[in-house]
Write a protein of this length. Structure first.
Ligand SMILES: Nc1ncnc2c1ncn2[C@@H]1O[C@H](COP(=O)(O)OP(=O)(O)OP(=O)(O)O)[C@@H](O)[C@H]1O
Length: 656
């Protein structure tokens, strides 16, 4: 362990209150190696890099809590990765619940063991599930954890989630403290994927931007020719610096970005803060990068909703103030054209969607972020009228362009609908323009019945498909045009087939595949995705294709009711109870048709409460997805057999 790093620590407080008793255990470890996807989002390159993020996030949590100010990341020649910090050190004393094990072993070998559940040891942390480091341990063929604590250096070694021995004292550490984790990802799980220096370098740098109180050092023993092999990051200017760097030399509308940081304590009485930076540029499409407790949230969430609400209301109010009537036309989408924003919030007890934490779902964040940003935005606009005027003019122009385009589309859609022969079984929506409309492709007529009642007539249309559609990879292309289900689908979408296909003709905003949560449903969804991937790929590339996520179980206890997506979630609820009275009643939906309209609306169709998965193509190498689709859905069974042989160990138990 690097001597100086652990020696220099100063910000530590409360060493004595952070010990084994801070570590709570909720459940045992096991299924991670069987179903890595559930815990780390897959076994691909993205998932592999996520392993580093999980360990790094723990060190960042120590830093954000004020216990560490330096973190080091080292990529070794054999692709092992070390993350070190000068924090309090993972507790190594015996755990009160398991007296024969150290807290370290409990943390590394037990799912849901951690010090971040109750907010006692950490106030705002990226970690919350207590699974990150045990998952990384389970998926590594070697993991060595060193802890410098109480003037001594301890070490414990693990392989594939199992300890190779107990915690051992391996030396004295009179002036050091901190944690060092070195792991080597298991090839049995991640196959040929290897860490990319560039990706880890970028990760390290972005973390330093997100928390200006930490210095992050990067070292790589693998030289890819483009990434520095050593670097140190410390950005006192935080997100404003980050934005400046990402915008580079692009011309911008505001001389200095609108940036700031607001603590929640005073106004909302709780720990945490929001930091942001935004500017507008004519030279590129806008984007927003958002984070919660330094964890990237690529799908946004409540903090992003709150941020845009503040900006939108602020700019409209400013427009009104200066008498620009057209400002009232500006929408959130207009803000994003050319708007480049970074938003990072730190909150206590955040709730995310999924273990990879892609979206923040903490309700309160929307309001806290909106109000904090709004006050500052109003002041900023009033103080820098030159920038404010330039941004307002730019956004008004964007809104006008959008309205003009919509008008054109509307006339096109109306005339197209008149001309179109729509399939008889399509239950269309009433909206005349495409914005915000959705087409649900549903499995079976009975499901169509509940969906018909559950839908929003204005924006949601339904196309029930009978049985399984043709496997387009197994069929001759001449057959496509004559297949009834495919031609119904193509007509309903409004796009042509083959050379006549044009994604701009699409009649709906979102196309949502809604099938039963069982094996047959998954097969139908796979057939439909194969169809879209091979015949209408631009629909996926432009983000129009989605999968609905109907639940498999409904649990009721007295007046309380929850829905669970799978057995694991069901078991979790059964264990902790729903908080209602009496026995918990479990019903398993055999299909969408069994759900009543209320169930279906609440869980699967209502945009305010449902979960949708956007179908995207994430490839490390061009053509990778096409090869996989051919292998799984194509004409050659031997390819499928080969795939099963190579991957069978990853498959969980089939639920039949
Ligand atoms: N570098 C570290 N320094 C101090 N304590 C740590 C460190 N790494 C892990 N811990 C302790 O181990 C616990 C478990 O970590 P783990 O990564 O398994 O889960 P988590 O961070 O609590 O939640 P999540 O699963 O959401 O990441 C943490 O809550 C923390 O108490």
């Amino acid at each position: 362990m690097s001597e100086d790093l652990l020696a220099e620590h100063s910000p530590g407080q409360n060493q004595d209150t952070y010990d084994a008793s801070s570590i709570e255990v909720l459940e045992g470890l096991e299924p991670v190696r069987q179903r890595p996807g559930m815990y780390i989002g897959g076994t691909d390159e993205r998932a592999l890099h996520h392993m580093v993020a999980e360990i790094l996030d723990n060190s960042m949590d120590e830093a954000v809590a004020g216990h560490a100010n330096r973190i080091e990341i080292e990529l070794h020649a054999d692709y092992a990765v070390t993350v070190r910090d000068n924090g309090r050190g993972i507790p190594i004393d015996p755990h009160p619940k398991f007296p024969d094990k150290s807290a370290l072993e409990v943390i590394l070998c037990t799912l849901h063991a951690g010090g971040k559940f109750s907010g006692k040891a950490y106030q705002t942390s990226g970690g919350l599930h207590g699974v990150g480091s045990s998952v990384v341990n389970a998926l590594s063929d070697s993991m060595v954890v060193k802890v410098a604590k109480n003037k001594e250096l301890f070490e414990q070694r693990f392989s594939r989630g199992l300890p190779l021995g107990g915690v051992e004292k391996v030396g004295a550490a009179p002036n050091r403290r901190g944690t060092e984790v070195t792991f080597h990802a298991d090839e049995e799980i991640f196959g040929k994927h290897r860490f990319k220096p560039k990706r880890l370098f970028t990760l390290a740098r972005s973390k330093a931007y997100l928390f200006s109180g930490v210095e992050i050092r990067w070292k790589s023993h693998i030289d890819d020719g483009e990434t520095p092999t050593e670097a140190s990051f410390h950005f006192p200017g935080g997100l404003a610096d980050y934005l400046k760097e990402t915008l580079g030399k692009a011309s911008v509308y505001a001389e200095a970005p609108f940036a700031g940081k607001v603590e929640f304590r005073e106004k909302f009485g709780q720990a945490g803060y929001v930091e942001w930076a935004i500017n507008w540029t004519p030279s590129r499409d806008g984007y927003i990068q958002s984070y919660c407790n330094t964890v990237p949230t690529p799908e946004g969430g409540t903090h992003v909703t709150g941020f845009w609400a503040a900006i939108l209301k602020g700019i409209k109010a400013y427009g009104e103030l200066v008498g620009n009537k057209k400002a009232s036309n500006i929408t959130r989408d207009d803000l994003l054209t050319g708007g480049c924003a970074l938003v990072s919030c730190f909150i206590a007890d955040p709730a995310f969607v999924g273990q990879t934490k892609d979206r923040l779902s903490t309700e309160a964040a929307a309001k806290m972020v909106e109000q904090s940003v709004r006050d500052h935005f109003d002041n900023w606009l009033a103080a820098d009228t030159k920038s404010a005027g330039a941004i307002l003019d730019f956004l008004v122009l964007r809104a006008e362009e959008r309205l003009r385009r919509r008008q054109e589309k509307e006339t096109q859609r109306k005339s197209a609908t008149k001309k179109l022969r729509l399939p008889g079984k399509l239950v269309d929506c009433s909206a005349t323009n495409r914005d915000g409309t959705e087409l649900f492709i549903v499995e079976g007529d009975s499901a169509g019945g509940s969906a018909k009642m559950a839908r929003n007539r204005k924006t949601q249309a339904l196309l029930p498909l009978r049985g399984k559609i043709l496997n387009v990879l197994g069929a001759a292309s001449s057959k496509l045009g004559t297949n009834a289900e495919i031609s119904d689908l193509t007509q309903a979408l409004g796009v042509g087939l083959g050379t006549r296909f044009n994604v701009d003709d699409l009649r709906y905003d979102k196309i949502i595949i809604m099938t039963d949560a069982d094996v047959d449903g998954a097969h139908i969804a796979a057939l439909l995705m194969t169809f879209f991937f091979t015949q209408m790929r631009p629909m996926i590339d432009t983000g129009h294709l989605y999968l609905a996520c109907p639940p498999l179980f409904r649990l009721t206890q007295g007046a309380k009711r929850v829905y669970c997506i799978d057995e694991v979630e069901r078991d979790e609820w059964l264990e902790k109870g729903l908080g209602g009275k009496g026995k918990i009643d479990v019903s398993r939906f055999k299909g969408l048709g069994e759900m009543d309209a209320k169930d279906l609306k609440e869980t699967t169709m209502d945009p305010d409460s449902r979960t949708l998965i956007r179908v995207t193509i994430d490839e490390d190498e061009p053509g990778e997805t096409a090869t996989l689709v051919e292998q799984l859905m194509g004409k050659k069974p031997e390819l499928r057999f080969q795939y099963i042989q190579e991957n069978a160990k990853f498959a969980g138990d089939l639920d039949v």
